[in-house]
Ligand binder design. Structure first.
Ligand code: 5GP
Length: 116
């Protein structure tokens, strides 16, 4: 749940910060990661800021989680030949830095060990 300043992703969704948006529908946006870890590195971000991580999203709105996953597949079909890794960092010790749930879609010739 949002309890302080808007996340960087909320500011991108609001149009306050520029991003390379590759998909935009009623429930999610997808953008290119600013620091790509693979040739294709997209982020699928629910527009709501109600969920900090995938565990909260799964409990609170499983249909929205399913839409995030379906969107990841659609993007991978378009950008990465349908082959990809889907990553939800969950918790700071697991590498999560933005506490507004988002899925990393990594593809396009992943290098072994590139994403710890
Ligand atoms: P996390 O570490 O929370 O799983 O993932 C956050 C991701 O957001 C990181 O891969 C980081 O590079 C990306 N990111 C952070 N700030 C921005 C930004 O302002 N624009 C874009 N496009 N990506 C960002």
């Amino acid at each position: 749940m949002s309890d302080s300043a808007p996340s960087i992703f909320s500011r991108i969704i609001a149009g306050e910060i520029p991003a390379d948006i590759v998909l935009d529908d009623d429930r999610v946006i997808a953008i290119r990661d600013i620091a790509p870890q693979a040739p294709v590195h997209l982020l699928v971000i629910p527009k709501t800021d109600a969920y900090r991580d995938v565990s909260e999203l799964a409990a609170g709105d499983p249909a929205l989680l399913a839409h995030v996953v379906a969107t990841a597949q659609k993007l991978a079909d378009e950008h990465s030949g349908g082959q990809y890794r889907l990553v939800f960092n969950t918790g700071a010790e697991a590498g999560q830095t933005v506490f507004h749930v988002h899925a990393h879609v990594l593809g396009g010739g992943l290098e072994e060990g590139k994403l710890a």
